[in-house]
Write a protein that binds this ligand. Structure first.
Ligand SMILES: Nc1nc2c(ncn2[C@@H]2O[C@H](COP(=O)(O)OP(=O)(O)OP(=O)(O)O)[C@@H](O)[C@H]2O)c(=O)[nH]1
Ligand code: SF4
Ligand SMILES: [Mg+2]
Length: 390
């Protein structure tokens, strides 16, 4: 993965801590450039600052600088909430502590307890060690890394400590999840309608083509109306057809006996989310009653049009009389219990950690959550017939 690695595939490292602890200074130290403004005025960083870059030893990353968790007042608490929201969605959190202070580290202890509770990998960086390391005795029970953003001491140790916390399967997951073998014939059905971005493929499509090439498969791309010709152009039936879930209904009757059918969205569900939970939750669609609230969540903000899957197609296929609410981007309610069902998009712009944090929240609150591809397979009656990766 090099500089053109999509943001969602990069290691997301959030720097959190009190105002003035030196979060921005450490981000700049790791980045080797002035990414964030540094000053001795507490509350210099307000909105989260994101920087995508390649760090030797860590690879493609996104560094996330945040406002102080102790920011107060009406605006300050909005800033610290934004910082807090990044904690569960980051791959590794660096808790920055002013290592020269001796006591009053209750906030840090609370953050450590929350990180442990959420299972978020974290590193405690004791910064400002050029002034002394008094805090070492206060932040007990966790490994700390002494650093000084002022003179650059401890940079390698910090990189190593972050690397030690990177989840083992990070970057090694496969979209096709063992569904194909070298030499397999695969047809990709990708409608190029008004939903399709101009001049490029969406991420799961590009990823699937790349994996098929890497895996020694023979792949053929077509639009739904040329699927018949695509099938005829292979002497034998293909092993697999991957279709956009919006065209499942049209594609399913054409799938030859013995050929597996799946969708980009289902592959993405397994790659980024919890496919088992999504499939199990799909049955909640059939149990919906008039008046029930359904949350449709999209990871990106885009201007919807008449063919939009989340805003038009899926709502029109659900039973009438439901209260359907749509959220996009980083908006996602804390309290999910009013909803009878959540239907999430493929989440291609989110990291796995980010999407999984939503799945975990839904599970924890006992709310069924599925995704577009699984929901469409259920609604078109072919969920039992599609092939699931893994
Ligand atoms: N002595 C010393 N000073 C440091 C060190 N790191 C940061 N500072 C100073 O501490 C002050 C705050 O640094 P920032 O990096 O802006 O701190 P921050 O945590 O981003 O602060 P907010 O954005 O206000 O939340 C600045 O005056 C820095 O120069 C360090 O390692 N040693
Ligand atoms: S983030 Fe979601 S809504 Fe946006 S393009 Fe990807 S799957 Fe579609
Ligand atoms: Mg700052």
């Amino acid at each position: 993965m090099k500089n053109n690695t999509p943001s969602s595939e990069r290691l997301h490292i959030a720097f959190v801590g009190r105002r003035n602890a030196g979060k921005s200074s450490l981000v700049n130290m790791l980045a080797g450039q002035a990414v964030s403004i540094v000053s001795d005025i507490p509350g210099t960083t307000t909105d989260p600052v994101r920087k995508a870059l390649e760090i030797p030893g860590l690879g493609p990353c996104v560094l996330l600088d945040t406002a102080g968790l102790d920011d107060d007042g009406a605006l300050g608490s909005l800033r610290s909430s934004a910082a807090n929201r990044l904690i569960p969605v980051s791959d590794v959190v660096v808790l920055v502590v002013d290592g020269s202070v001796e006591d009053g580290l209750d906030l840090e202890k609370d953050v450590i307890a929350r990180l442990k509770g959420a299972g978020t990998p974290f590193v405690v960086a004791l910064n400002k060690t050029d002034k002394g390391v008094a805090a070492k005795n206060v932040v007990t029970g966790v490994r700390t890394v002494p650093v000084s953003a002022l003179d650059g001491t401890g940079k390698d140790g910090l990189v190593k400590a972050i690397l030690d916390k990177v989840p083992q399967d990070f970057g090694s997951r496969s979209l096709l999840g063992g569904m194909v073998s070298p030499g397999d014939r695969v047809i990709l059905v990708m409608p190029q309608d008004s939903e399709a971005p101009r001049g490029r493929l969406i991420m799961p499509q590009a990823m699937a083509i790349r994996e098929l090439l890497d895996g020694g498969c023979i792949s053929l791309s077509c639009t739904p109306d040329s699927l018949k010709q695509a099938l005829e152009s292979f002497r034998e039936a293909p092993e697999l057809i991957i279709a956009d879930s919006s065209v499942f209904k049209a594609v399913a009757p054409l799938v030859p006996e013995g050929t597996k059918l799946t969708s980009f969205s289902i592959l993405m569900a397994a790659y980024k989310g919890d496919l088992d939970y999504f499939v199990k939750s799909a049955s909640a669609i059939g149990a919906l009653s008039p008046g029930d609230r359904v949350l449709i969540a999209e990871s990106c903000s885009h201007i919807p049009d008449g063919e939009d899957i989340g805003r038009v197609k899926i709502p029109s296929m659900l039973r009438p009389g439901l209260n359907i609410e749509i959220v996009s981007g980083h908006d996602f309610p804390e309290d999910l219990t009013p909803y009878s069902l959540i239907i999430h998009c493929g989440g291609c712009v989110f990291s796995r950690r980010h999407l999984m944090s939503r799945v975990e929240k839904a599970k924890h609150q006992g709310v069924p959550m599925t995704n577009y591809g699984v929901a469409l397979a259920y609604l078109t009656g072919i969920l039992g017939k599609v092939s699931l990766p893994g």
